[in-house]
Ligand binder design. Sequence first.
Ligand code: HEM
Length: 114
Amino acid sequence: MNPVYYHILHVFSLFVLTAHTFMAFANPLPENRKKTLMITGIAGLLVLVSGFGLQAKLLAGAFPAWLIVKLVCWLGLMALGGIVYRRPQLRGGLAFAALTLILIAIVMVYVRPF
Ligand code: HEM
């Protein structure tokens, strides 16, 4: 498949994952938990699948260190949406953590420090 489709899927599913994670931070009502976890779970899976699609197409299967850092950021971002329903009082800190993880993942792909 043309890597441009993986790029589109990667960025689009990242928007969906980020939007729904921040919707959970803004309004962590228990009745929304199931829907949020379903949407962030599917979007997160699509981020991962498209990310590995890009890795196979653009990096010829190589696994540089910046990609491992992105994987860790992805794992963290996936967890935050679920945590806020159990600890809603922490949502300010969780939102800051989410922004930090997203920033690190973006810096990794554009700067590639290692
Ligand atoms: C917090 C999570 C993530 C964020 C914010 C993120 C962000 C991005 C962005 C902005 C791009 C550039 C897209 C473009 O230029 O069209 C990109 C590309 C890419 N991402 Fe991610 N990503 C994340 C997670 C992942 C994961 C889990 C993987 C999986 C292994 C991955 C693998 C890749 C690869 C291989 C590329 C293409 C690099 C290239 O152009 O050579 N990303 N990502």
